[in-house]
Design a protein around this ligand. Structure first.
Ligand SMILES: [Zn+2]
Length: 199
């Protein structure tokens, strides 16, 4: 058995031994909110946002982008499971700022092996076969952090399946301090409109 597999299973065994009252948790999040954030290994939403099991939905992908699939999850989150407030949280030093769609498409076309980066940019080993399938994926890269938060909040806000009374907050998590920094223009776009004022 591989080392990582062994470690994960050992950790899980001790977690399950102390599972306690968590067996009684209900499916809908008890604090009625959802977070969309990046998969970056330095971010732990349970810690930086004070969550425990059963509290909230956490939807993660590369960049924390409001992709069609992230929106699918958010719609299920409120429509079937009752969340009422959403956070979009991108972060400083995000890997999604280190390449463009063109870059990753080129790297994949050259080889499927892991590429490397240095001061001169990305390099591919060129080993084995590559594939042009990367051309058909929108990689959702970005260059401006605050702008990407605002763009994603706007995409969610304007989606026809998202009710106007759900507030959507836009934040940047600082990987150097652990702090959440609000992106005011995003939160402004994501502001809830009280249901009585909707005609
Ligand atoms: Zn990231």
């Amino acid at each position: 058995m591989g080392q990582i597999l062994k470690e994960v299973l050992a950790a899980n065994q001790s977690y399950a031994e102390n599972f306690g009252a968590k067996e009684n948790l209900s499916l809908p999040p008890s604090r009625h909110f959802a977070i969309l954030t990046c998969m970056d290994a330095r971010l732990d939403p349970a810690k930086f946002a004070g969550l425990t099991e059963g509290d909230a939905h956490v939807i993660r992908n590369a960049g924390g982008r409001a992709s069609d699939d992230a929106i699918r999850s958010l719609v299920i989150s409120y429509k079937l499971l009752g969340t009422k407030e959403w956070f979009v949280i991108h972060h400083s030093d995000c890997g999604m700022q280190l390449f463009t769609d063109r870059t990753i498409r080129g790297l994949l076309a050259s080889s499927l092996k892991t590429a490397s980066i240095d001061a001169n940019g990305w390099h591919d080993s060129g080993e084995g076969e590559g594939s042009d399938e990367g051309e058909f994926i929108d990689w959702l890269t970005f260059s401006d952090l605050a702008e990407s938060v605002a763009v994603d909040v706007k995409r969610i806000r304007n989606h026809p399946l998202v009710p106007k009374e759900i507030p959507i907050y836009g934040f940047i998590y600082d990987v150097k301090t652990g702090k959440l920094i609000e992106v005011p223009q995003a939160t402004e776009i994501g502001k809830a409109i009280a249901s009585e004022s909707i005609q």
